[in-house]
Design a protein around this ligand. Sequence first.
Ligand SMILES: [Zn+2]
Length: 74
Amino acid sequence: METKYPVMQVRLVRRRKSRCNVLKGACPYCGKTHTHSAGRGSAPRLGHRVSHCRRKTSQDRGYILKWDGVIGKK
Ligand SMILES: [Zn+2]
């Protein structure tokens, strides 16, 4: 059986100082904003991630990061 993961819509935030971009989005589990590394390349690293929830819920299996080309400032 295939495991289904929820999708987390993210925006890309470029960081000038560290060169390492981040992805930010609202968590499908807890609703809070979580930040994940996007890697150093021009194309952000997407796919499945372990959730960053402070309090893990029982249905928490992580989520799939989805980016539609939105670039944010924060
Ligand atoms: Zn969360």
